[in-house]
Every structure is written in structure tokens, then in C-alpha cells.
Unconditional design. Structure first.
Ligand code: SF4
Length: 338
């Protein structure tokens, strides 16, 4: 065993889901000090309101957790992933390389012996195939230093195992998509109240992926505001440069107003309940009329009403423009919908 004065230390990638929770438990049980990293992107969905899953798990085990936000570097990956996308707009391999590279940097910074994750061989189609796992390991500079305790016995021994810091016999050989072994293990280790697969990634959701693809195609220099706008309302592509976003309820209307930037044009039908529509991009008269007709379509104006008055402008407080519009027809809407 390697001579170390203090307890060996390891860096965990902790999502707060069952797999990474179990991995932390297995490593702590071997007397290793653990520091957890939790990566958050603008596409993460959290399923425990107001409380980060990873923080919850870290508190339970009494280990420190660092939450690391990835925004601009993650956008770079989505724009041009070296290894392509998964079933949606999820660039999982590049994403893992990015996160694992950051984990390696932390490992070196605090002189930890290795990095570990809750990955299970064959559980996810894109990033947890054997070759993909090897590639991620190599590309992030973690060759030999990345331990997957749940599937370790099915993978070549890591340096930590070879050096005896970790007892390989106490690691597992879980494989495949069935989560039954993990659920049984959670019961065995008395890990109750574990979150069902921790918060997801919007990029794998087909509806969100469609919007994201549209954004990447039409606005390569998109920013966080553009991405946050994708999470709200109905979206319509009016031209390569211009899109409209229509609120579906009052909460979304408020959210759209909060996300409006200089140059965005806002629309609202007058005299009837109305969504807020936001028009973004270099809009000409044609797009302004289209946005007004879409707003009319989703307003509370009676269906037999031929035309409504739509207020529009750069400033929602004044909406100093006015135009008459009739509801856009369903087939036209369908053509524009993103
Ligand atoms: S699902 Fe999303 S967060 Fe998870 S690896 Fe893929 S891109 Fe990254």
C-alpha cells in the first residue's frame, strides 16, 4: 500500500442520483476521504424543489461538496461537439470530458489520489459504453485515475486499486440498464429516500432539443438569456433571423417580460386576455404582422372576432405601436412552430 500520512483522498462526481450516491458510500466505507463535485449546466432540471440533490447526499454523508456551474464552456461544446450529439442535442461525450477534466484539475489541486463516479457500464447508450468510457478517461487526462466503483470489477484495475488504496474485492460488477441491483444495494446499505435518477438534462428531451437545434442553427453566438428563453412559452421561427415566443399563462408572461432584452419587441392584444409575445431578431414589417397575428390567435378574443387591436413596442409599459390583426390560421402556425 502507498505510504500516505493522512487518509487517502478522492474526488467524487456527485449528481445526487442513486448511482453516484452508492459510489460515494462504497468509497467512504473503504476509509477514503471524499470531496464531491456537482456540475450544474443551464440544462439541468432539478427534481427536489429548492434543494440541490447533491447537497442533500453530501450532508447525509458529512462530506464537502463544491457546486460548479458550467455555462460558456458548455455552450462551446454544444455548438461544435467533437464527438457529436446523442438522441437529442446532448453532447454527452464532450460534456463528460469537460466535467472530468475539471475534476482532474481539482484532484491535482488538492493532491487527491483518484476521481470516481457512479457510472455503470452499459447503463447509458452514449457515454457509458466501454469504448466511450475509455475515451472520456483518456481525453480528460484521467487514464488510470478514474474509478467506477459500481462496475469496477468489469473494468481494468485503476492505479488506486493496483496500489492497494482501494480494495477491488469490495467493489462491484454492475452492468446494464436495469436499476434493480442499485435499488437492492441502496436497501442493503440503508440508503433510503434516494432520489429517483437525479435531475435530468433538458438536452435529451425531444421538444427542448428541437428548440436548441433551431437556436444553434440560426444564432451561433447564443447566450444564457437565449437558452433561458427556450424554457418558456411557445416558439415560432418567423425567418432565419427572427423568432417569436408566446407565453402560455401568466407566469410565463412574467418570465418572458423578465427575459426581454434591448431590441426585443413585445406584443399584447388589447381589450381581451392576452399572452405576451416577444419578438427577437432583426424584425421587419412582415414579422411584426406575423407576431401580432400569432398573439391574436392565443388571446381570449372570441373566435368569430374578425380582428383585434394589438399593442406592440420595445417598452412593455407603453407599447406605443398599434395594429389590427386577425388570428393566424392553424396550418400557418404549424409551419412556423419550433
Ligand atoms: S445528459 Fe446532459 S448533462 Fe448528462 S452527460 Fe449528456 S449532455 Fe452532459
Amino acid at each position: 500500500m502507498k505510504n500516505r500520512e493522512s487518509k487517502p483522498k478522492a474526488i467524487a462526481l456527485l449528481s445526487g442520483g442513486l448511482d453516484s450516491t452508492l459510489a460515494v458510500k462504497l468509497i467512504l466505507d473503504q476509509g477514503i476521504e471524499v470531496e464531491a463535485l456537482n456540475f450544474v449546466t443551464p440544462f439541468c432540471t432539478c427534481n427536489r424543489k429548492g434543494r440541490c440533490e447533491a447537497q442533500h447526499v453530501a450532508d447525509r454523508f458529512g462530506i464537502p461538496v463544491k457546486v460548479i456551474g458550467l455555462v460558456e464552456e458548455f455552450f462551446q461544446v454544444i455548438r461544435k461537439p467533437r464527438y457529436g450529439y446523442g438522441s437529442g442535442m446532448n453532447p454527452c461525450l464532450d460534456c463528460r470530458v469537460l466535467m472530468f477534466s475539471r475534476a482532474r484539475a481539482r484532484m491535482e489541486e488538492v493532491d487527491a489520489a483518484f476521481v470516481f463516479t457512479g457510472e455503470v457500464l452499459g447503463e447509458r447508450p452514449m457515454s457509458q459504453r466501454r469504448e466511450a468510457m475509455r475515451l472520456i478517461e483518456r481525453e480528460s487526462g484521467l487514464a488510470g485515475r478514474l474509478l467506477r466503483p459500481l462496475s469496477a470489477k468489469l473494468l481494468p484495475p485503476t492505479i488506486a486499486e493496483k496500489e492497494g488504496l482501494v480494495d477491488r474485492d469490495k467493489l462491484l460488477a454492475v452492468e446494464g440498464r436495469s436499476r434493480k441491483p442499485q435499488i437492492a444495494l441502496a436497501e442493503q446499505h440503508n440508503i433510503g429516500d434516494y432520489p429517483c435518477p437525479a435531475g435530468g438534462c433538458r438536452l435529451t428531451d425531444p421538444g427542448f432539443a428541437r428548440r436548441m437545434r433551431d437556436l444553434v442553427r440560426h444564432k451561433e453566438d447564443f447566450d444564457l438569456n437565449d437558452v433561458n428563453l427556450l424554457k418558456v412559452g411557445r416558439h415560432f421561427r418567423l425567418s432565419p433571423e427572427v423568432k417569436a415566443v408566446v407565453g402560455r399563462d401568466e407566469e410565463e408572461n412574467h418570465r418572458i417580460l423578465a427575459l426581454a432584452k434591448e431590441g426585443d419587441i413585445l406584443f399584447e392584444v388589447q381589450g381581451y386576455g392576452s399572452p405576451i409575445t416577444l419578438l427577437r431578431g432583426q424584425a421587419g414589417e412582415g414579422e411584426i404582422h406575423l407576431a401580432a397575428a400569432i398573439t391574436a390567435r392565443y388571446s381570449d378574443a372570441p373566435a368569430d372576432k374578425q380582428e383585434v387591436m394589438v399593442g406592440y413596442g420595445l417598452d412593455y409599459a407603453t407599447l406605443d405601436g398599434n395594429l389590427r390583426a386577425s388570428s393566424l390560421k392553424e396550418d400557418q402556425l404549424a409551419e412556423l412552430r419550433v
